[in-house]
Design a protein around this ligand. Sequence first.
Ligand code: ADP
Ligand code: MG
Length: 230
Amino acid sequence: MIEMKGIVKRFYIGQPNELEILRGIDLVVRRGEFISIVGASGSGKSTLMNIIGALDRPTEGSYLLDSVPMAQVPDDMLSEIRNLKIGFVFQTFNLIARTTAQSNVELPMLYAGVPRARRAARAAELLEQVGMTDRRRHLPSELSGGQKQRVAIARAMANDPAILLADEPTGALDSQTGRLVMDLFHRLHEEQDKTIVLITHNPELAAETERIVTIADGRIIREEKGGGAK
Ligand code: ADP
Ligand code: MG
């Protein structure tokens, strides 16, 4: 599903300075695999996630997403690929503040041109799956952190993407609420065969995935089987 070879990412911070944040990442993630990426703060995890999610491009290296060479995809088509193939979940939820839980879940479908009635039905189904039916008309500000994250996960699943990318999704939640979010990921993995890439600081949560990839200073320094391995 994800095939990266020799990925390098440099940021220019003004002449003559340049930061090499990713220093040659080779990473293959099978369809239906659930992996975690761990590593110290500043090691390059989010930078890698942004490239996997086509939010950013590498400076060097090749990246095949679902067999598509991303370097050949023009910029104006990246957002469409993202919207249809990838679901994003962030530490800070990133919900649209001025609109309801239901409308947030409908948004990716709106972008994809799904008709209104079908959007509403699908959003209702997704909100039900994450146990948020009774909060569907609430604004994000009227929801707890865990509830916001459940809405964000429902939104991420709206267009039934093959991949779910989660960058510290439990980082802003207490451990009990984080547990609920992690259980949702396990369900999506097992019941819907989603490919999931989870960035986490929590070693216990990482250990539940099928493979744990450790990054340090822009390089993969370790890959281990996790407790979730089949
Ligand atoms: P992590 O998610 O592992 O904490 P990041 O990938 O967010 O790490 O960041 C890795 C390093 O890259 C950090 O030192 C960060 O400051 C730097 N960095 C990230 N994005 C940019 C950018 N757009 N410009 C310059 N430096 C950046
Ligand atoms: Mg990060």
